[in-house]
Design a binder for this molecule. Structure first.
Ligand SMILES: Cc1ncc(COP(=O)(O)O)c(C=O)c1O
Length: 378
């Protein structure tokens, strides 16, 4: 990125330029073939040039590229119905939006509307997005980039997996607790069943809502439809985005029957959310995950990474499924750069000693072998 690009200079740039991609491989301007273990920040769930997804989006573009939510469209109903069924049917309505932050923003709105309380409890290390409300519950945002003069509501944080703090902080003023069941930016950090169950119990006891932010871990990435299914803990709302559209911008808020019952006409709104192109993409993603048995693949290959990749600078593993953290003995940034020199793209996180892997769900053992060999050579 140079000033001549006219792009806002806010993103550090990887030293590769992608011109084309296929499967789990990126092709660069200087003719390199790079194994993508980062999937565009957890977005490219089906990888690149996925035939059925491309066909679905193309067919919808040819049929009707846009009509608003006020105009009934079968593709929108199909996407919502499939998403609810995919989630295990505890939820009964979906509000489609455009991004993860927007899904969280609306989940918080519903919690305030239902409880008429003033506070949100979030978790240390959390990342929930960049808008005024989502940024206000993002750990460390205030010091780094928040910039708004004040948070729009009271916020407090509890340390990760701290069971005692739950009882102290989740109280009669709490409208909702929001938690990433597996933190992404926080370093592929898995909250565990005990902590999530304790949050569920405390929220129920004090009449607060429980929101799972599954923007990064949701949509099959954990090897289960949602981490809620993986841990067997049911929140009142789930937010999701990223993998949901495989690159077509979209997000969704899944609501339990109780939350749905509190909705009224015009209580929520959006222009682009639930647009037919996004819905065609969502439907194709769910179909592909199910038809190609991709969650089984995620579970098997994630286990293979754990079993075979404690080599070179890697001293341990954390996370769940394909939100995988390689714990490193050297700074993660250095390992990331050395892997990219060896044609493997990975990510870092808020934890300076975790290399984050967010690969497409089609990744196979043979690709993990390439990662292991590269790690061994460091
Ligand atoms: C857990 C989580 N929540 C919310 C967001 C914000 O999503 P978006 O960038 O689509 O607004 C992210 C983005 O990284 C995320 O990882």
């Amino acid at each position: 990125m140079t000033p001549a690009d006219h792009l806002a200079p806010v993103f550090a740039q990887y030293p590769i330029e992608v011109t084309d991609a296929q499967g789990v491989w990126l092709h660069t301007k200087d003719n390199r073939r790079v194994l993508d273990l980062y999937g565009g920040h957890a977005v490219a769930a089906l990888g690149y040039k996925h035939e059925a997804w491309t066909q679905a989006v193309t067919a919808q573009a040819n049929a009707c590229n846009f009509q608003s939510n006020a105009v009934p469209m079968a593709v929108r109903v199909r996407a919502a119905t499939k998403l609810i069924r995919f989630s295990g049917s505890h939820f009964d309505s979906v509000f489609f939006v455009n991004s993860g932050a927007e899904a969280n923003e609306n989940a918080l709105r519903m919690a305030f509307k239902m409880t008429r309380r003033t506070g949100i409890v979030a978790i240390e290390g959390a990342f929930h997005g960049r808008t005024a409300a989502a940024g206000a519950i993002t750990w460390g945002a205030e010091k780094k980039w928040y910039e708004f003069p004040r948070a729009p509501f009271d916020v407090s944080y509890i340390p990760r997996r701290d069971l005692k703090a739950i009882v102290h902080q989740v109280c009669a003023e709490t409208a909702a607790v929001i938690v990433e069941p597996v933190q992404g930016v926080g370093g592929a950090f898995d909250m565990g069943t005990e902590f999530l169950s304790a949050l569920r119990a405390r929220c129920t006891a004090v009449g607060a809502l429980l929101i799972f932010d599954e923007v990064q871990i949701g949509m099959g990435r954990s090897g289960h439809p949602f981490a809620a299914n993986l841990y067997g803990v049911l929140p009142d709302m789930i937010t999701t985005a990223k993998a949901l559209g495989n690159g077509f911008p979209c997000g969704a808020l899944l609501m339990s029957p109780e939350v749905t019952a509190s909705l009224k006409l015009e209580g929520l709104g959006t222009t682009f959310g639930g647009g037919p192109m996004a819905c065609a993409a969502i439907e194709a993603v769910i179909d592909a995950i199910e038809n190609e048995d991709l969650m089984t693949n995620v579970r098997r290959v994630a286990q293979y990474i754990r079993d075979t990749c404690t080599v070179g600078p890697v001293i341990g593993h954390q996370g769940a499924g394909f939100l995988h953290g390689l714990k490193t003995s050297q700074p993660a940034k250095e390992i990331q750069a050395l892997l990219l020199e060896r044609n493997i793209l990975t990510g870092t996180s808020g934890d300076p000693n975790v290399v984050r892997l967010l690969p497409p769900y089609i990744l196979k053992e043979k690709h993990v072998d390439l990662l292991r060999e590269a790690l061994q050579s460091i």
